[in-house]
Design a binder for this molecule. Structure first.
Ligand code: GAP
Length: 534
């Protein structure tokens, strides 16, 4: 599938729009249209329902089967600035960027890739932002640089492999992605990804705060509140869905890397001795969630991080990854990370910013030997009344992106096949084969023709179904065309009221994927849909 086709469909049918489009758009920001908002809400509802409300899994806890508790939070986007100092985001949450002095563009250092190319003895390291067809882009850049035409491509002499510019010793022979001359890229510089804001009308630097770059910290700083107000017992999890903000240097690939996005995060608190077992549990459970909702097959994988990939807080992480169609052949993009965060966060918010020291953690000190960033000083330990033990719980964090999940479900759903039209001729059909739980519209109601009492029956039925399901009414055009319109937005069932309906009170249901049609009594329709949608 070509990504451009999906992007065009998303715009045409109202799934996703570029933010602020009439003003030329704003890079890294996306608006969900009428269908997109339903799709994303279904993704978030499925997550909340499966992880929090309907969760009913018995799991071995200290040798005995037990049910763990799950609860929720909805924290503010702007929080006390000290939170980001203790969490490590203030000092460590950055990417490296390079600027181009000629094009005035800015690039993420690790995303600029290139290869050495020569023509008539002159050699240059041509670069591009990594894409699904990096070599093609490099060819175009080289042709432009040497002032050649497409037919001259065979005269270019390539050497070495495609590699990131971070592997080069210097940039003097590098042609920036949008530059005409070489040597215009600056040395890499650090860039903090948090959006800064100021609290209050008179706010100065002391009142500076940040839009949260993750929802997780709101959960950690409320750990004690949740324990005290709900009397949950460890092990338990706190879930949160909400907006996060990162000032990404090069947002791209549709909604995959945005500057404003939504996360679905769980912080699961457990006894330190049981944390390896819980880490494995959540790693497998989260992978299974995606497969149950239709992301099965080779395009989805679970990958354990190497030691050198681990975040500053993590002593084990696995990613659920999906082969998004905009990535180079065979490459996967992160959908969700499941991290073993140990006691890093609770301890940091008690004691102050911690740093890794061998296998353990120690307080980070400034030049005067004082804590670099002070913690809250509050007691965030947990007391187990049964074992009479006091400890800092360990945390397992399944952290998913609602937008990346929605995008993966969209990519996976996109299908093109041949189906017969009204005259029985094979025609190309585009359909979104969403899992019924995720489909924005669950059923469409059609009167076969606009006469013989059919529209009246259809509108009454539509009104009844609407109380329970998200349904759509359509009486325009040939029924075959109405089917196509619904297939293209992923509606799993189309219900047609025809001449027989008035006689025996039955309607036709048509299945989006199998194209099978069958008749059901009107009074049984809601139950039939309920069964097929769950
Ligand atoms: N609390 C841990 C944390 O935030 P992360 O790997 O940085 O970990 C978790 O982010 C998830 O949030 C990612 O797996 C991804 O799905 C989503 N995410 C992160 N940055 C994103 C961005 N710029 N645009 C869209 N989604 C993003």
């Amino acid at each position: 599938m070509q990504m451009e086709q999906l992007v065009a469909l998303c715009k045409r049918r109202g799934f996703l729009f570029q933010s602020s489009e009439i003003y030329g758009g704003l890079n890294g920001f996306w608006d969900y249209g009428p269908l997109g908002v339903l799709l994303k809400k279904n993704v978030k509802d499925a997550w909340w329902s499966d992880m929090v409300v309907a969760h009913n899994e018995m799991v071995l806890q200290r040798g005995a089967p037990g049910l763990y508790e799950m609860t929720g939070l909805d924290c503010t986007i702007i929080m006390h600035p000290q939170i980001w100092k203790c969490s490590g985001h203030y000092d460590l949450f950055h990417d490296y960027m390079v600027d181009c002095r000629e094009s005035k563009k800015r690039y993420r250092y690790d995303h600029v890739k290139g290869r050495t190319v020569a023509y008539h003895g002159q050699s240059v390291f041509a670069t591009t932002m990594e894409t699904e067809n990096t070599q093609d882009c490099l060819e175009q850049a080289a042709l432009k640089f040497f002032g050649l035409r497409k037919k001259d491509v065979e005269n270019l002499e390539w050497s070495g492999e495609i590699m990131a510019i971070s592997q080069l010793a210097g940039f003097s022979n590098v042609l920036g992605p949008d530059a005409k001359t070489i040597g215009t890229l600056t040395a890499p510089r650090e860039f903090n990804l948090m959006f800064k804001t100021v609290i209050g009308a008179l706010g100065g630097e002391d009142d500076a705060s940040f839009l949260r770059p993750e929802t997780a910290q709101g959960i950690f700083v409320n750990f004690k509140n949740v324990c005290d107000s709900t009397r949950v017992k460890v092990p338990f999890g706190i879930a949160q869905i909400g907006k996060s903000f990162r000032n990404e240097i090069t947002p791209r690939n549709f909604t995959f890397r945005s500057r404003e996005f939504e996360q679905m995060e769980i912080e699961f608190f457990c006894h330190p001795s049981e944390s390896p077992q819980w880490y494995k549990y959540w790693r497998d459970r989260r992978f299974a969630w995606y497969t149950e909702l239709g992301l099965a097959g080779e395009r989805l994988r679970l990958r354990d991080h190497d030691q050198d990939e681990l975040s500053h807080y993590s002593c084990g992480t696995a990613d659920v990854e999906y082969q998004y169609p905009f990535l180079p052949e065979g490459e996967y993009g992160e959908l969700e990370g499941i991290a073993h965060r140990g006691d890093f966060d609770l301890r940091s918010h008690m004691e102050g910013k911690l740093m890794r020291d061998g296998d353990g953690l120690t307080l980070e000190l400034d030049a005067d030997g004082k804590p670099k960033h002070r913690g809250s000083g509050k007691d965030l330990t947990y007391y187990d009344e049964v074992t009479r033990e006091r400890y800092v719980p360990h945390v397992i964090e399944p952290s998913a992106g609602a937008d990346r999940a929605t995008l993966a479900f969209l990519c996976e759903a996109y299908h093109v096949d041949q189906v017969p039209n009204d005259k029985g001729e094979p025609t190309e059909r585009v359909s979104l084969k969403f899992h019924p739980r995720l489909a924005p519209i669950k059923a469409a109601v059609f009167p076969l023709v606009k006469k013989d009492g059919m529209p009246e029956i259809a509108t009454e039925l539509y009104g009844e179904l609407k109380r329970e399901f998200s349904v759509f009414y359509d009486d325009k055009g040939a029924v075959g065309r109405r089917y196509r319109r619904q297939d293209e937005i992923g509606t799993p069932f189309c219900i047609t009221i025809d001449g027989q309906t008035a006689r025996d009170d039955t309607v036709t249901i048509r299945d989006r994927d199998t194209l099978e049609q069958w008749r059901v009594k009107q009074c049984d329709l809601a139950a039939e849909l309920r069964g097929r949608l769950s």
